[in-house]
Ligand binder design. Structure first.
Ligand code: PMP
Length: 435
């Protein structure tokens, strides 16, 4: 018979009639994705795409072992009503094996937003303070509180005008294009931040919590410069506040050499960690990891309960994800494939002047595109065009950051050498076409 292509734009109109127009799409004409396998997505016309952006599906799409574990647990029991369940204790113990002392307590929720919201509540309960310090160009979630500390202009153009008075913003410590650059930038940014923290305290709004990603994912995998977190954490604590590391994007094995982003900063141990995305491989699962005394402070003010957060299914799934990361060597693969990408970018940057810098390590990378390597003028339109061209070539990758000129590269951790090389070839072609 005649082969008839599905028209994705007709399907898109259908969605537009029934579903709120709030969530943006990748691409003007997004493909309609029907299936996934490892680091590949397959659309309703059977076309395959290499998914270089999905850091939620860390194990890869359609993982059979995870699917089997979920199906088994679903048949046996999925609830979170107030009895007690072995799988919750098991998963919490496994999570605690990944963190240093004195972190000793887990709370399970359903998303990164919920983890951030709960972290802010914990800090408020523990310090008795409302004020929160965050960093510019960040995203932490969509709830009232998580949105308030989200400073990214590309996610929320009205962020500055709508910011509540309890939110205080520190300048993002970007050593590539910020106020201070190169070696030593961390110390300069930290000095300014410490002064700011002391000033807020003197003004009568001492900071209860400082929240930041330990690598600036939303801004484009930008390294938080050496020494910055250590100094800022010390200042926050000296002033009586708590430090929250948002590991929703950058943590959970993706860095390759370390499991958590904060481990890249010697001596840095957060008071509260927020995590989600990869820990559920796409299933709604998030967590807060903290110290028992901080959890006690919230317990003293009331209960915390989530109908599905920390269900038997979520806990079993969470443990299975950790098993698969270990058994398939996915953290090690993230390190090796990240290295291969960085070497590839270094080669491409010799021939393509659009490449300004490659940020990050492991499988959380940002390729920053500039019109001029001296002025660092962001190549925003070129980045968009490059992504559209890459889609034609069967590769999914997207811009990020306030200037939308950084390609965020964060594929499933199972990505193969062949797929990395395919990506680098496609990028080479697309960059050549862009000139
Ligand atoms: N924190 C960070 C750093 C994030 O990137 C995100 C999601 N992009 C969130 C929190 C919110 O997570 P979720 O979408 O699971 O609510």
């Amino acid at each position: 018979g005649e082969h008839r292509e599905v028209d994705p734009s007709a399907e898109l109109e259908r969605r537009g009639r029934a579903y709120a127009p709030l969530q943006g799409h990748y691409y003007l004409r997004p493909p309609q994705i029907e299936r996934g396998w490892r680091e590949y997505l397959i659309d309703t016309n059977g076309r395959h795409y290499l998914d270089m952006v999905n850091n939620v599906t860390a194990l890869g799409h359609g993982h059979p072992r995870l699917a089997a574990a979920v199906a088994d647990q679903w048949r046996m029991l999925n609830t979170n009503s107030r009895f007690h369940y072995r799988s919750v204790a098991e998963f919490s113990e496994r999570l605690l094996e990944t963190v240093p002392a004195p972190l000793d307590t887990v709370l399970l929720v359903n998303s990164g937003t919920e983890a951030v919201d709960l972290a802010l509540r914990l800090a408020r309960a523990h310090t008795g303070r409302e004020d929160v310090a965050c960093v510019s160009e960040s995203y932490h979630g969509w709830s009232v509180a998580a949105d308030a500390v989200s400073t990214s202009v590309s996610d929320n153009p009205l962020a500055e005008q709508t910011r509540p008075s309890w939110v205080h913003v520190l300048e993002a410590p970007n050593a590539y294009r910020g106020r201070y650059r190169g070696a030593g930038a961390g110390m300069h940014y930290a000095r300014d931040a410490v002064r700011q923290i002391e000033a807020w305290s003197a003004e009568g709004t001492p900071i209860g919590a400082f929240i930041a990603e330990p690598r600036h994912g939303n801004a484009g995998a930008i390294e938080v410069p050496d020494g910055y977190l250590l100094k800022v954490y010390a200042a926050i604590r000296a002033d009586g506040g708590l430090c929250i590391a948002d590991e929703v994007q950058v943590g959970y094995g993706r860095q390759g050499d370390v499991f958590w982003g904060f481990e890249q900063h010697p001596g840095v141990v957060p008071d509260i960690i927020t995590v989600a995305k990869a820990m559920g491989n796409g299933h709604p699962l998030g967590a807060v990891i903290t110290r028992s005394e901080i959890a006690q402070s919230l317990a003293a003010q009331g209960t915390f309960f989530s109908s599905a957060g920390g269900s038997t299914l979520s806990a079993k799934l969470g443990t299975t994800v950790l098993d698969i990361i270990r058994d398939e060597g996915l953290q090690e693969n993230a390190g090796a494939m990240g290295q291969r990408l960085l070497e590839g970018f270094a080669r491409l940057s010799e021939r393509h002047s659009l490449i300004g810098a490659a940020h990050g390590r492991g499988l959380y990378l940002g390729l920053e595109l500039v019109r001029d390597r001296i002025t660092l003028e962001p190549a925003t339109a070129e980045t968009r065009a490059l992504c559209d061209r890459l889609l034609q070539l069967g590769v999914i990758v997207q811009p990020t950051g306030d200037r939308q000129n950084v390609l965020k590269i964060k594929p499933p951790l199972c990505v193969s050498t062949a797929s990395i090389d395919h990506f680098l070839d496609a990028l080479d072609t697309a960059l050549s076409d862009a000139i």
